[in-house]
Design a protein around this ligand. Sequence first.
Ligand SMILES: Nc1ncnc2c1ncn2[C@@H]1O[C@H](COP(=O)(O)OP(=O)(O)O)[C@@H](O)[C@H]1O
Ligand SMILES: [Mg+2]
Length: 346
Amino acid sequence: MVLALVVSRNRARRRIQQVQVRQTRMSETYDNHGLPRGTRIDSYVIDRTIGGGGFSIVYLAHGEDDSQVIIKEYMPRKLALRAPDGVSVLTGPESEAAESFAHGRRLFFQEASTLATIKHPNIVNVTNFFRANGTVYMVMAYEKGINLQEYIKRHGGGLSEKFIRTVFPPLLKGLKHIHSMGLLHLDIKPGNIYLRTGGNPLLLDFGAVHVMQQSRKYQPTQVITPGFAPYEQLNPGGYVGPWSDLYAIGASMRACIDGVTPPPADERRMRDTMKPATVLFRKNYSMALLAAIDWAMEVDALLRPQTVDQLVEAMDKSDPPEEPTTRESLLDLLTRDITLPWSNKG
Ligand SMILES: Nc1ncnc2c1ncn2[C@@H]1O[C@H](COP(=O)(O)OP(=O)(O)O)[C@@H](O)[C@H]1O
Ligand SMILES: [Mg+2]
């Protein structure tokens, strides 16, 4: 009976994969080009395209007062295409494309309006958002700097404990603020962490931001980044919460140290080949930092820190009492006496 269920589930999964492959092939023919230089939208003029993930395009632009801004255009690659006028956005011919596009556009708009109300020194500042060209645009203040992914790539990992302790605590303050508003980021990774030239890092790209109450529902616009997303985000019924963002924070800190993307959480759940940071990197980093990283990266959500404060506290521990000899005893040490404020919610 159980076996039959597993077999049919696998079959269903294969079918979904086949459909996804077909859709990808079809959508490869879509013309999703970015808006050309000089295009006017609302009171802004596009300067150039600087990036774009699976469902949006990011532009450098300027406003009427010549101030530089970043504009993000909702443009899901698999659902939408640029109209022949070179500016408007149309949906693809697949039967569900229009509906999915409209649903995602609604979420993008909601997210922009929520973000516009958040003012925090470590959260990207959304200054405006509007509908135009059949889609939605989000305007942010332009910040000079470099994203952490680029920075890690340049240095090949090996970033110092001092670096990690300069960048992550402020980010965790921003994250705590978001969580206190009942929101989750759900796409934290080095590419979405921005190192401003003047210091004070920023959390970017709230493309997947969730309202916690809706968190049990599967969100079709959700982006998953293997290696940084926890297991509960890889399966549609997964129970996401603050602990999910903390996994991604742990994985991002680990990437600063070893310069590579950690193995995907579903692989780790099947067979965890990832050695604890406390074992691999103890030569150059404090036990408190490494143990905090390992704790945040527990595959099982219940074994992780449940709140930002718990992770911060673990990082700040100056002198762990005794060196744990096994993974189990480390776990025991870290999870003892911890109440789970989220466990009776949702
Ligand atoms: N406000 C900003 N100021 C400067 N650069 C930015 C800003 N927002 C985004 N960027 C740059 O654009 C990249 C992509 O932005 P992001 O919001 O992560 O969109 P996406 O990943 O969906 O393309 C970032 O990694 C960063 O390098
Ligand atoms: Mg991004």
